[in-house]
Ligand binder design. Structure first.
Ligand code: DHB
Ligand code: MG
Length: 227
């Protein structure tokens, strides 16, 4: 799993052969992303950054939207942040929020090593306490959520308030590791996570504040456009 990405989480209609085809044809994990993933693992971070195919999806969504003022909640080692900045280009700026000190340090190294130092600010600490510190810089063009699942509904409400009209909200893991439409759960924690992700999806789907969908990637990538 860590040498070459090639992970398949078969929650949606995909298969390993097609996953590998996309990765090799589009070279979704280049040496920069591979370096970030390997160094993250070496530093003991959990190997849960987005798949390289979703990394490319992120970059493409940012390019499509023309987003420049970007917010990320859940930095981890900086893997997805680099994709957001690649999509945004040299004029873009990323505010990224990370609870864990160790993750933030690895991410800072990732941004520094790969030429993004001047385009990113890592806010270390609880996102729900720190988001207000950037509100005066809003409205923002794009918000990507990939953090503690309990926080998703609150982060989505923050995004609705601080995205520009036409701005983009993206959430990772919105198939809830395959359980999003399940009736039974393996553990109370799994059920709790799923209920939070359902609340998030329903907010994007039916609050009237977004037009949205879930892109059926391995993990499920909810995308909403602020109305
Ligand atoms: C896992 C994957 C994620 O993308 C995430 O945000 C959290 C956890 C996982 O595979 O456990
Ligand atoms: Mg995730």
């Amino acid at each position: 799993m860590s040498k070459n990405d090639s992970r398949i989480k078969d929650f949606a209609a995909q298969n390993q052969s097609i996953q590998s085809y996309v990765e090799s044809t589009f070279q979704t994990e280049d040496p920069v992303l591979r370096e970030v993933r390997n160094r993250s693992i070496q530093n003991g971070l959990p190997d849960i950054q987005i798949a390289s195919t979703d990394a490319r999806h992120l970059e493409i969504l940012v390019r499509l939207s023309g987003a420049k003022k970007i917010v990320e909640i859940g930095t981890l080692g900086g893997y997805s942040g680099i994709c957001l900045l690649r999509g945004g280009g040299p004029e873009s700026f990323l505010h990224t929020f990370e609870l864990e000190k160790k993750n933030a340090a690895v991410a800072q190294e990732s941004f520094d090593q790969h030429g993004f130092t001047s385009q990113v600010k890592i806010h270390q600490g609880p996102a729900n306490e720190n988001l207000q510190s950037i509100e005066s810089e809003g409205p923002f063009d794009l918000v990507f959520i990939d953090a503690n699942k309990k926080g998703y509904p609150e982060y989505a409400r923050w995004a609705a308030e601080h995205l520009k009209k036409g701005g983009v909200l993206i959430g990772d893991n919105t198939f809830a590791f395959g359980k999003i439409n399940a009736d039974t759960f393996e553990s109370p924690l799994e059920e709790e996570i799923t209920l939070h992700l359902r609340e998030f999806n329903e907010y994007v789907a039916s609050s009237g504040l977004f037009r949205g969908t879930i892109l059926p990637t391995g993990e499920g990538l909810t995308v909403g456009i602020k109305l």
